[in-house]
Design a protein around this ligand. Structure first.
Ligand SMILES: Nc1ncnc2c1ncn2[C@@H]1O[C@H](COP(=O)(O)OP(=O)(O)O)[C@@H](O)[C@H]1O
Ligand SMILES: [Mg+2]
Length: 232
């Protein structure tokens, strides 16, 4: 297998946060290889570095040191402008706390990444409405996030991440505030995206969610512990 078969490749990835004069290491040398089209789940206790790792892979934050290549881009060497374009073109991100724009309605939140990528408004609107319909949100398209429940916001965040059919989909506990049926719906949608060739890196606390992945990684204290094939 050649290096280009990996859509995510990290070696010795380290990241600390500073508070006052003190450094708190969040990632202590992560080695990770994700193949194109793979569906990988990331598990681990709270504070183990899962969100930090996702943010680095998504180009939202920079490592202190280490090698990181995502979708053919050497992220640590890129300018802020280049990283913004990378985020728009190559990744879709479902944040742990959604990060929706509260002054825009659900439909516009979902359309926005498509508009930013240059999709004509009519096409972006049609695709956003289809995604919202798939997620059982048709009647809620005109509501703003503060008027929606946690589970509904989560579905808007997922539709927003999927609209540009990104090469790499990063999802931070995307089923965390959903009941079992809604969670199953989301997982079906992710499985469809994966079947179309999109690579997925998903953080979850739920073993049944991790069970949908091809591979499960366990983080502890900023390090990957061991790899196991997902139970089938
Ligand atoms: N913005 C931040 N500033 C300071 N410390 C942070 C920040 N984000 C995360 N941390 C710390 O880094 C460690 C890893 O956090 P995080 O990646 O959010 O873990 P997880 O997602 O696994 O719960 C934790 O100790 C957390 O408190
Ligand atoms: Mg987290």
């Amino acid at each position: 297998m050649s290096a280009t078969d990996f859509v995510v490749e990290a070696r010795g990835l380290a990241k600390s946060y500073r508070d006052g004069g003190i450094r708190y290491p969040a990632l202590r040398g992560i080695d990770l290889q994700v193949k194109t089209g793979e569906f990988v789940a990331l598990m681990g206790p709270s504070g183990s570095g899962k969100s930090t790792l996702l943010h680095l892979v998504g180009g939202l934050d920079r490592p202190d040191s280490g090698y990181l290549r995502v979708a053919g881009h050497d992220l640590p060497s890129m300018s802020e402008t280049a990283l913004a374009i990378f985020r728009r073109r190559c990744v879709g991100i479902v944040f742990q706390y959604f990060n929706l724009l509260h002054h825009l309605d659900a439909l516009t939140n979902v359309m926005l990444p498509a508009l930013l990528a240059g999709t004509p408004p009519s096409a972006a609107r049609a695709r956003a409405l289809t995604l919202l319909e798939t997620l059982g949100m048709t009647g809620l398209a005109a509501k703003r996030p503060p008027q929606l429940s946690g589970g509904e916001r989560q579905r808007v965040a997922i539709a927003r991440a999927l609209i540009n059919e990104p090469q790499v989909l990063l999802a931070d506990e995307p089923t965390g505030s959903l009941d079992r049926e809604a969670a199953g719906h989301i997982l079906d949608l992710l499985a469809e995206a994966n079947a179309r060739g999109q690579t997925i890196l998903l953080v979850t606390h739920d073993p049944s969610v991790a069970g949908r992945a091809q591979r499960v990684l366990h983080l502890r204290d900023g390090q990957i512990m061991h790899e196991a094939a997902a139970p089938s």
